[in-house]
Design a protein around this ligand. Structure first.
Ligand code: ATP
Ligand code: MG
Length: 425
């Protein structure tokens, strides 16, 4: 029996991988413009890191982590998200000491969660995220939101919706927490076992429950916005004022809470409103985490960030039927006939590649017709044909596949010829 791919993972094959590269390229380019620099952290971390930052009461820590013991009996976990590691690194590398704050970072790479696989939900998926750590200026909240909206817009997505909320500061949250407990406690038996646990541990997360979404107490639950103290209110007002200033539309949803424990003040999500996108519509989630750096042993350094998965990004692009820019990448296929010509074609493709073109030749000892077909299939922009006669004269026939024209070119001039032709395009 052959070994199959693990459940909830996927192979990204040629034809698809170009889409990934395309999105990663856009995201990195937008990060450059907003002046965010890349950070790369390990794929696994000490389990303790996620317990302390993501939080013991979250689905991620309780149900979704890939945790294992290594040969040295350390408990390690494949990272389920990116923020914890970035903040750990911020503390460990004393980035709080850098004169210019916030430190603005982006990352991309695979994340691992033991989830029930379905469309848009994988056990290994790739996130792209940013973190700005070290400033509590509401302009940074607006900047981070603008950055991710810019990425989506540059890729061509139109049917997306930005939803924001404020979770307030610690004082506001604890007042709201009391109100939530009073609201749910009398009828908590009607809720799922997870919600019953959440009631005392973290009642805010009841609002995020996927099973009890339709319960009547959900709609009537006290809104965090009514419990915001003055500081939190004015902070939120400033964030939305900045979004207005730079022309970013949003909807305020007082029921928006985020899955992770460490959020406060600004929380936001971006959804796809494209028809046929499916049940899971959240493309991106983000928010502010002012206490996290301290929780992980650093000085007070307020932060904010977001993450989206490339999987759901691609699904949104396809739901909106956005065309992927096709760059096939094959400039010239060299067709060779006869042993001498075949030998010579080895150095021709090498010269072309050295000169910066992408070039291909036949490796299956195929006849002329089959080689021409291969060149066609691979969408070569030019097909260069070398027979024994041409070789004897040090020439090669070059066909422009789109124009259906052809020229005889001196072998020594091939590189220059192709350069001139390509520039003319
Ligand atoms: P959900 O409510 O869909 O489970 P989440 O709150 O667990 O999302 P976050 O931890 O905020 O998600 O992660 C940020 C983004 O990462 C999500 O908005 C989504 O785009 C993506 N994401 C999360 N889990 C998965 C997954 N299992 N497969 C693919 N993408 C995912
Ligand atoms: Mg989840």
């Amino acid at each position: 029996m052959s070994v199959k791919i693990p459940r909830g993972t996927q192979d990204i094959l040629p034809g698809q991988s170009e889409k990934w590269q395309y999105i990663e390229k856009i995201a990195k380019d937008i990060c450059r413009r907003y002046h965010y620099k890349e950070i790369r952290t390990p794929i696994f971390e000490h389990t303790e890191l996620f317990k302390r930052s993501v939080g013991d009461t979250t689905d991620i820590v309780q149900k979704e982590m890939y945790t294992f013991e290594d040969r040295g009996e350390r408990s390690l976990t494949l990272r389920p998200e990116g923020t914890a590691a970035v903040v750990r690194s911020f503390v460990e590398n004393k980035m709080f000491g850098i004169p210019d704050q916030p430190v603005k970072l982006f990352y991309t790479g695979p994340m691992f969660r033991y989830e029930r696989p379905q469309s848009g939900r994988y056990r290994q998926f790739v996130q792209f995220g940013v973190e700005a750590i070290g400033s509590e200026d509401p302009a940074i909240d607006a900047e981070v939101i603008a950055l991710v909206m810019d990425i989506y817009k540059t890729a061509g997505l139109k049917k997306i919706k930005l939803v924001i909320n404020s979770l307030g500061d610690a004082e506001s949250r604890s007042a709201h927490r009391e109100a939530l407990i009073n609201h749910f406690e009398p009828r908590i038996e009607e809720f799922c076992s997870d919600c019953q646990m959440r009631l005392k541990q973290n009642p805010l997360r009841i609002l995020d429950c996927k099973k009890d979404r339709e319960h009547e107490l959900m709609a009537s639950a006290p809104s965090i916005l009514e419990y915001l103290n003055e500081v939190s209110k004015s902070y939120f007002a400033k964030v939305t004022a900045y979004l207005d200033l730079i022309g970013i539309g949003y909807t305020i949803d007082p029921k928006l809470v985020r899955g992770l424990d460490y959020y406060n003040h600004t929380a936001f999500e971006i959804m796809s409103e494209a028809e046929g996108f499916g049940a899971i519509t959240t493309l991106c989630g983000g928010g502010r985490y002012n206490g996290l750096v301290q929780d992980l042993g650093g000085p007070e350094s307020p932060g904010i960030g977001f993450a989206f998965s490339i999987e759901r990004f691609i699904a949104a692009m396809e739901a909106e039927k956005i065309e992927w820019p096709v760059d096939n990448g094959l400039d010239c296929f060299v067709v060779a006939l006869g042993d001498n010509a075949k030998d010579r074609s080895v150095s021709i493709v090498h010269e072309l590649r050295t000169a910066g073109f992408s070039a291909e030749r036949d490796y299956q000892d195929r006849k002329m017709k089959a080689q021409l077909k291969a060149s066609d299939r691979q969408n070569a922009r030019f097909t260069a044909i070398l027979g024994e006669d041409e070789l004897a004269e040090n020439k090669i026939t070059v066909k422009d596949m789109a124009q259906s024209t052809q020229d005889e070119v001196q072998l020594n001039d091939l590189v220059q010829y192709l350069k001139t032709k390509m520039e003319a395009k």
